[in-house]
Design a protein around this ligand. Structure first.
Ligand code: AMP
Ligand code: ZN
Length: 114
C-alpha cells in the first residue's frame, strides 16, 4: 500500500492537480489526459479494483458518482455529455491498482469501446 501512487497522491506525498476532495474521495486531473476533460475520481480507502468492492463500499461508490456528475457540471461537460470509465485488471486496461473512475469529456467518444 505504501508503494501505491494514488495513496501517495491522497496523502499529498506526490503533487497532483486536485479539483475536489472530501472525507471519502479525492479527484485530480489525469497526468496524461485522453480528452479535454480527464479527471480521476478516487475513493480514499485503498481498494485494489472493482473485484475488491464489497457491500460495505456501497455508499462510497454511490458517492463517487454524485461527485463525478457535480464535476461534470463544474467543468462544463454535463450538457453535451461525458463518459465514466472503470478499468479492471489487465484485460480491462488497469495500470494503477487503486480503484479509480475516469471522468472523460469535451470530445465525442466512439462506441463500442475498442
Ligand atoms: P488506469 O489505466 O485505468 O489504471 O488509469 C490510470 C491513470 O492514472 C492513467 O490515465 C494515468 O495517466 C493516470 N496517472 C498515472 N500517474 C498519475 C499521476 N501521478 N497523477 C495523475 N494521474 C496519473
Ligand atoms: Zn492506494
Amino acid at each position: 500500500m505504501i508503494e501505491c501512487i494514488f495513496c501517495k497522491i491522497l496523502n499529498k506525498e506526490i503533487q497532483s492537480e486536485i479539483v475536489y476532495e472530501d472525507e471519502l474521495v479525492c479527484a485530480f486531473k489525469d497526468i496524461n489526459p485522453t480528452a479535454p476533460v480527464h479527471i480521476l475520481v478516487v475513493p480514499k480507502p485503498h481498494i485494489e479494483n472493482l473485484n475488491a468492492v464489497q457491500q460495505q463500499h456501497k455508499e462510497l461508490i454511490g458517492h463517487v458518482f454524485v461527485v463525478a456528475k457535480e464535476l461534470a457540471k463544474k467543468f462544463g461537460i454535463d450538457e453535451k455529455g461525458y463518459r465514466i470509465v472503470v478499468n479492471c485488471g489487465a484485460d480491462g486496461g488497469q495500470t494503477i491498482d487503486h480503484l479509480h473512475f475516469h471522468l472523460l469529456g469535451g470530445r465525442k467518444f466512439s462506441w463500442p469501446a475498442g
